[in-house]
Write a protein that binds this ligand. Structure first.
Ligand code: ADP
Length: 512
């Protein structure tokens, strides 16, 4: 095992890797931008190095500088987390060329999976079903028209270099094709510096089901089962589960074998994920392979008992995987909610500010993977995902109840978050039935994000509670009774409920 590694990331995932390092007795070096000087990952790492101003292009994306820092500080390996440099082939290569270990797949495997078109080509070559469509970028609008006619509308234009749902356009008829192609190209050029776009048949009503794999350097490639990620907004995941309600043991085995075949075909090593669309008839189609740790990896950890970050590090240091496919059987149910700094009641607008109060859920089966604390400044430089709340229980129903309970315990003051949205999701009958697809949330969104006006009696209590809370904050005392007899009764009520219920109501009333 390594004695020291550098973590080329920030936020919750940097902390997640630091935790794995500690448990393995590995020292960690954090890097940070000026905006993150007081971030938890900086404090928790054994060493921390400032690498530049807040914009990621001037800090977290400076691969060469980060490699220099790693060498100077005696780190033997670099863990890239997700996002930032994690899927840049050149970075994986530069780390290797510098005599360090990249905690991830070989640069060649990143390259093979780096573009959706080359990944599709590789999948087809390995006998893996892909979504009907082209495997080459479209030359022009005529080529797009011909392809769309062949596969039939609606079609999806997709950026070959795409990620995070960018550079994607659903096209319902030929009249909209050319303008959508231009838009997808522009968006892709801006986001990825590459305007290659191809066509896929737009599948109606599938689920997003992905398979986690682990591969060591000695030829063992294992599937750790599936995650269901169908709750999406604008092609971006908001909630993930393991296992999937739609996957039988037989299908799990089959999809797992398929993912292993893709990984072997790419010469894959370390943790990776094959994403599939699963249609109502149980047919599945390969979408792409993510050559890194996924945001949603904890749900797999909770149902398999396998620590993926620990195994990323063990594999990168040359260890063999000690388990076999037959040892990996999902146990119970795990759900993850992404807690983002977005105003879900107002079109998911990004919310910024200082976190002036945070209360974290705890108790049986609850895990919090976060990168925030009281005093954290939430700006616009980085991804709005602040944390992940993950629960485990014996069954899906119990996991939903547990998540609901944990979300009720969670209080974050200072920025708007997706907490309330997730609460309503847990209460939603359709979500609870599990009968959902990737298009479900967009249809359901209006009813999940509209806030019912509180009754008149509650309105007065809301105002009282908020005024009291503000007064106490100004005095610098907590919400607990402080001996002011005149309003102690009301204060008692506010102390019990202000931390979530009333304040949420107050906020929805526009009082804060
Ligand atoms: P990205 O890399 O940008 O995340 P993906 O290829 O992983 O792009 O697709 C993101 C999401 O978009 C999928 O999870 C799915 O919900 C939707 N999607 C992708 N391809 C199709 C398709 N052919 N038909 C319908 N939905 C699709």
């Amino acid at each position: 095992m390594f004695s020291k590694i550098l973590i080329a990331n920030r936020g919750e995932i940097a902390l997640r890797v630091i935790r794995a390092c500690r448990e393995l007795g590995v020292k960690s070096v954090a890097v940070y931008s000026d905006a993150d000087a007081r971030a938890p990952h900086v404090r928790e790492a054994d060493e921390a190095v400032n690498i530049g101003p807040p914009p990621s292009a001037q800090s977290y994306l400076l691969g060469d500088l980060i490699i220099e820092v790693a060498k100077k500080h005696g780190a033997e390996a670099i863990h890239p987390g997700y996002g930032f440099l994690s899927e840049r082939e050149w970075f994986a290569r530069a780390v290797r060329d510098a005599g360090l270990v990249f905690v991830g797949p070989p640069a060649e495997a990143i390259a093979a999976m780096g573009s959706k078109t080359s990944a599709r080509t590789l999948a087809v070559a390995n006998g893996v079903p892909v979504v009907p469509g082209t495997t080459e970028a479209l030359r022009d609008a005529d080529a797009a028209r011909a392809a769309a006619r062949e596969f039939g509308y609606p079609v999806l234009l997709k950026a070959a270099a795409g990620g995070g749902g960018k550079g994607m356009r659903v096209v319902h008829s030929e009249s909209a094709l050319e303008s959508s192609l231009d838009a997808a190209r522009r968006e892709s050029k801006n986001a990825f510096g590459d305007d290659a776009v191809y066509v896929e048949k737009y599948i109606d009503g599938p689920r997003h089901v992905e398979i986690q794999i682990l591969a060591d350097m000695h030829g063992r490639v294992l599937s750790l089962g599936e995650r269901e990620c169908s709750v999406q907004r604008r092609h971006q995941k908001m909630l993930e589960e393991a296992p999937s309600i739609a996957v039988t043991p037989h299908l799990r085995h089959e999809m797992g074998e398929t993912a292993v075949r893709v990984a072997r075909g790419a010469g894959y090593v370390n943790a990776g994920t094959c994403e599939f669309l699963l249609d109502r008839a149980g047919r599945y189609y390969f979408l792409e392979m993510n050559t890194r740790l996924q945001v949603e990896h904890p749900v797999t950890e909770l149902v398999t008992g396998i620590d993926l970050v620990e195994w990323q590090l063990r594999i990168a240091s040359g260890e063999r995987l000690p388990f076999e496919a037959k040892d990996i059987i999902p146990r119970g149910w795990a759900i993850e909610c992404r807690i983002t700094s977005e105003d879900t009641a107002n079109g998911f607008l990004p919310s910024t500010g200082r976190i002036d109060y945070i209360h974290l859920p705890s108790g049986p089966g609850v895990r919090w993977d976060g990168g925030i604390e009281t005093g954290s400044e939430i700006g616009l430089h980085y991804d709005p995902m602040l944390a992940k709340l993950i629960v485990w229980a014996r069954t899906r129903e119990l996991a939903i109840e547990r998540m609901h309970r944990a979300l009720l315990e969670l209080t974050i003051e200072g920025v708007e978050t997706s907490r309330d949205f997730h609460l309503r999701l847990m209460e939603d009958a359709e979500f609870r039935s599990g009968n959902i697809s990737i298009q479900w949330l967009e249809r359901r969104l209006p009813s999940l994000t509209s806030v019912a006006p509180p009754p008149e009696s509650a309105r007065a209590a809301v105002i009282a509670a908020v005024l009291l809370a503000d007064r106490d904050r100004n005095r610098g005392v907590s919400l607990r009774a402080d001996g002011d007899m005149a309003d102690s009764a009301l204060k008692e009520e506010s102390s019990q409920s202000a931390s979530h219920g009333w304040k949420q109501l107050a906020r929805s009333e526009g009082l804060r």
